[in-house]
Design a protein around this ligand. Structure first.
Ligand SMILES: [Fe+2]
Length: 456
């Protein structure tokens, strides 16, 4: 039985790409363990931790009154002090209730008394693994670290490379877009204001075209909270048919309402950089406007997508929490988990649908800022898209290959967006990381329960 459990554990962690050692491997001589660690993609396996002599262990214990007490007694017996303890319901033993305990102690894995601890623990636990911290990537921990993030756009003009799009051939448009991007690239997090853009008549014309049509869609297809947020934007942030709102005004309002702010960016960020910003309650937003010849389509996120699609929901504290949860989970998480978080983000924040009073409604920005996507996902046509119930594991594991330049072939509908938020929270909690993070709003820093070596 124990062997089967180890096999399952190794299999699941291998799938996740996480390097854990099974109990039998952990009991091997240090040289063998070092060989396993030597497979790490990093040349210096623990370079991100100051405490090189710290070891992390995951112990699975039955949900019994004295189970934890017995396990902790083993550490007492060998005089090993724990520096961190955290528990999560175990996925390993679905039928019989059990918990995974993440324990850190200030001794190297090679220490002889740790071998004794491991040997004793193996007799009382359903499973245990040694967590190798070598896969931890460095990540921003200060609000001001986002200055570096905001300047790393994927590549200049990356979003308008579609040769059949008018923006690709229009030199004047590209010059204008670059000018607005440059304003964002110069922006620093401690600047007094986000630069205001004086939009041209052509740009305002594109906005006008979109604004009135979007509002019609919202009355029938957007969740209640989106319409409430939009009403606030119209009242306090300059949203109107004739005016493209300024990011500065939106940001000031959001700061007072939910603590979120906007950070202007000059183009698309990498998935990791983008998600990392959300941890700090910062939403990266472009400021340029799509090409006037194709006002209903843009090959890249423009200010219309950002402020019409995303911003109204950020006025709702609980919805904003959903974005921050994904952001916090993205900090230092392994690449394969990052792409799963990106997929969850895609099918919720971008293309999320949910039920509201028995009707299907949209809360995803990609639907609410696109005429084609909106019509498609609410179409009664028999060729219309497929709809599936919202399931985090299913989405994250099996739907990473979504299209990003055409309408979605399928959507996931949750009971409500709060239900999606709850399930994503549980998914984020289940991501194995050898440390925990939280955001301190007062100091605008990420607090990590292990010291990170070096600077971001
Ligand atoms: Fe978006």
């Amino acid at each position: 039985m124990l062997h089967r459990l180890f096999t399952r554990r190794i299999s699941s962690t291998h799938r996740a790409g996480k390097r854990f050692l099974s109990a039998s491997q952990a009991a091997q001589p240090a040289s063998s363990a070092n060989i396993i660690r030597g497979n790490s993609e990093f040349t210096d396996p623990q370079r991100y931790f100051e405490d090189d002599d710290k070891t992390g262990i995951v112990v699975t214990l039955k949900d019994k009154k004295d189970a934890l007490e017995k396990a902790l007694g083993v550490f007492d017996k060998y005089g090993v002090s724990l520096s961190h303890i955290q528990s999560k319901p175990s996925k390993l033993c679905e039928k019989s209730k059990a918990y995974d305990f993440y324990l850190d102690f200030e001794r190297p894995f090679t220490d002889m008394c740790i071998r004794n601890v491991i040997s004793d623990l193996s007799k009382i636990s359903k499973n245990f693994t040694i967590a190798d911290p070598s896969e931890v990537s460095c990540f921003p921990t200060s609000f001001y670290d986002l200055d570096k993030t905001g300047k790393k756009i994927l590549s200049e003009g990356d979003g308008i490379h579609e040769a059949d799009h008018p923006g690709f051939r229009d030199e004047e448009y590209k010059k204008r877009r670059d000018f607005i991007s440059e304003l964002a690239l110069k922006y620093e997090m401690n600047d007094k204001e986000i630069p205001r853009v004086e939009y041209t008549d052509a740009e305002v014309g594109v906005w006008q075209h979109c604004y009135s049509k979007f509002k019609k869609n919202y009355t029938t297809g957007a969740v209640k909270e989106f319409n409430e947020g939009l009403a606030q934007m119209e009242k306090y942030c300059g949203f109107s048919e004739d005016n493209i709102p300024q990011l500065e005004d939106i940001s000031q309002y959001l700061i007072s309402k939910t603590g979120w702010r906007i950070r202007p960016v000059g183009g698309q960020l990498s998935q990791r950089d983008f998600l990392n910003c959300l941890a700090f309650k910062v939403f990266p937003s472009s400021q340029y406007v799509r090409h006037h010849l194709v006002p209903e389509y843009t090959p890249e996120p423009d200010v219309i997508h950002e402020v019409m699609g995303h911003v109204p929901m950020f006025a709702n504290e609980h919805y904003a929490d959903l974005s921050q949860m994904i952001g916090l989970a993205s900090l230092g998480c392994p690449d394969h988990y990052l792409s799963r978080l990106g997929t969850l983000y895609w099918f919720t924040i971008e293309f999320g649908l949910c039920m509201e009073a028995g009707k299907r409604k949209a809360y995803g920005a990609g639907i609410l800022s696109s005429f084609g996507e909106f019509d498609w996902c609410f179409s009664q046509d028999r060729n219309a898209p497929k709809f599936f119930p919202f399931d985090c594991e299913e989405i994250a594991e099996n739907h990473g290959g979504f299209p990003n330049s055409s309408v979605q072939p399928y959507y996931f509908i949750s009971e409500s967006w709060e239900d999606a938020r709850k399930k994503i929270g549980e998914y984020c909690d289940s991501i194995p990381r050898p440390f925990n993070v939280s955001y301190n709003e007062e100091t605008q820093t990420i607090e990590v329960d292990r010291k990170i070596k070096g600077s971001y």
